[in-house]
Design a protein around this ligand. Structure first.
Ligand SMILES: Cc1cc2nc3c(=O)[nH]c(=O)nc-3n(C[C@H](O)[C@H](O)[C@H](O)COP(=O)(O)OP(=O)(O)OC[C@H]3O[C@@H](n4cnc5c(N)ncnc54)[C@H](O)[C@@H]3O)c2cc1C
Length: 503
């Protein structure tokens, strides 16, 4: 192969990590990102002097020896990142409004078990077996543990592909505890009876092992990854929206951008949502069966986010993530929308800044929402969605504020200003169909439909990003390794990660 040129469409976590790994292997990479600033879910924005994160609030895998730590160390960027550990004795706080119960969840296996055993002492032994099972499932995945993969089809235990709720119920008798243990659902887009147990296990293990936050915004990771690419002679081009992937005889010949430029290279990687990739690529490039399969794959739910600038010294900085559940038996219904009941749950956090003191400057509140809630405005454009939409948005902002009042009486008085983003914002900002926050739904009944190989039938086109594997700070970089290795050789990067980083 020509070692020098790879074009990556999309400069989110997937495109940038794949690009940085390839740059480290000596490849010259060009990233084409439609937004002016790269980062996708890592991007920050500023309003009234406050820096807000868009799609990356909670980090796992960054403790010494863990997956992300080793990847970033391999890329030489670990020391550039400013991270803060959340409270070890309370990484997450879950509040159930229906009975005013607060569960404070400590990190580490023992701490996790103890946190729930305090409320459910009769379930202590079951909790221990449940957490052991989570770690056993996580250990089944070579990539998650940065182990080389063999050539055969990976063999997994039967419970690997149980549904997540079935998995929890297998170990835990108590109905309430089952519900509480699924509290990380918004972190993986859980759907009852469909989300595989391994997804629940990986995300749970990731955060139980230690949760961190970016200090001063997640953009720093995008910047650090871009620097690796540029340092190796590559280029990161913002404001370069790809409008066509031209294919001739099952080979990409060039990509064209909205501003009339064209770029060509021996190899191409699509790091966009797969729906966007299908939209861009010449018709007939993929087989009809493949196109149909991708088009019919269900997207994960979307989100409504409230960004709050707080009045000075009114709201305490909270060094952990807070979850709000309106009632029990709703955690698996988060993806449903009934206006009168919405939201069933919320997550809120006070991201730390460089001069963090006891007071929070801002708050981000995320509430799961399906795209159907905004479907009637799907043909409108940002800033021109009309008065009915503005009213709809204002109603939902107020609903969230009302819920926050339940948890923190007097909250309204702390607000300086609010902004919000709906599933339409998410769709348009990332070019993610239906505003899907985690790519495709992972389905234990149809695993093949939701695991997309990184190589395609178009000989020089590869895929990366959250649609091909797992989402988030852990899943996307792991798929980046698979994609980069498709170009540089199987296990080549994994073996280096094993040799150069502490285990
Ligand atoms: C509100 C929210 C909160 C989240 N919180 C967390 C969290 O706390 N922890 C966590 O681990 N994960 C979190 N996630 C998930 C995480 O953000 C994603 O899994 C991850 O960022 C996906 O990376 P990606 O590169 O696959 O996709 P993206 O970040 O979407 O990157 C795709 C990029 O492609 C660009 N693009 C699209 N079309 C084109 C085109 N035609 N031409 C050029 N460029 C194009 C987009 O602009 C984008 O930059 C959250 C997501 C959201 C939305």
């Amino acid at each position: 192969m020509n070692n020098n040129d790879i074009i990556i469409i999309g400069g989110g976590l997937g495109g940038l990590t794949t690009g940085a790994l390839l740059a480290k292997e000596g490849r010259k990479v060009t990233i084409l990102e439609k937004n002016n600033i790269v980062g996708g879910g890592l991007q920050n924005f500023t309003r009234k002097g406050i820096l807000f994160d868009t799609g990356m609030h909670m980090l796992g895998g960054f403790r010494p020896g863990q997956t992300l730590y080793r990847i970033c160390q391999h890329l030489g960027i670990m020391q550039k990142l400013k991270l803060q550990r959340v409270d070890s004795d309370c990484m997450d706080e879950i509040y159930y409004a229906s009975n005013h119960t607060i569960y404070r969840v400590a990190e580490g296996k023992a701490g996790f078990v103890e946190s729930f055993a305090t409320h459910f002492p009769h379930q202590r032994a079951q909790l221990q077996r449940y957490v052991d099972a989570i770690y056993e499932l996580a250990d089944e995945i070579d990539l998650f543990n940065l182990r080389p993969t063999g050539d055969g089809i990976p063999l997994h235990s039967e419970r690997f592909m149980w549904s997540a709720d079935e998995f929890i119920a297998h170990y835990i008798d108590d109905e309430q505890l089952r519900d509480v243990l699924a509290y990380m659902n918004p972190m993986y887009g859980g759907v009852s009876g469909h989300t595989p147990a391994y997804v629940h296990a990986l995300i749970s293990a990731l955060y139980i092992n230690g949760t961190d936050r970016f200090v001063g915004g997640s953009q720093q990771l995008a910047t650090a990854l871009a620097e690796v690419i540029e340092h190796a002679g590559g280029e990161v081009v913002g404001g370069a929206e790809v409008i066509r992937i031209a294919v001739d005889n099952r080979t990409v010949t060039q990509v064209q951008t909205k501003d009339g430029r064209s770029f060509s290279a021996p190899y191409y990687i699509a790091a966009t949502h797969m729906g966007e990739t299908l939209r861009l690529i010449d018709k007939g490039a993929f087989t009809p069966a493949y196109t149909k399969r991708i088009s019919n794959t269900e997207n994960s739910y979307s989100i409504f986010s409230l960004y709050v600038k707080l009045k000075p010294e009114t709201f305490s900085y909270i060094n952990h993530t807070c979850y709000y559940q309106h009632d029990y038996n709703q955690v698996w219904n988060l993806g449903q929308y009934h206006r009168e009941d919405w939201p069933y749950g919320m997550m809120y956090m006070t991201p730390p800044n460089e001069q963090q003191n006891e007071w929070a400057t801002h708050l981000i509140i995320n509430c799961v929402m399906p795209f159907s809630a905004v479907e009637q405005w799907q043909d409108t454009q940002t800033g021109r969605r009309g008065e009915a939409y503005a009213q709809w948005k204002a109603w939902h902002e107020q609903r969230i504020i009302d819920r926050m009042e339940e948890v923190k009486p007097g909250f309204t008085q702390c607000i300086d200003h609010v902004w919000s983003a709906s599933p339409l914002t998410v769709r348009d900002y990332y070019h993610a169909p239906q505003g899907a926050i985690y790519g495709f739904v992972k389905d234990c009944h149809n695993p093949l439909a939701t695991q997309i190989p990184v190589a395609t039938k178009v000989s020089n086109l590869f895929l990366t990003g959250q649609c091909v594997g797992l989402h988030g700070i852990c899943g996307v970089p792991l798929s980046a390794i698979t994609t980069a290795e498709a170009l540089v050789g199987k296990n080549k990067i994994i073996e280096q990660l094993q040799n150069t980083a502490p285990k």
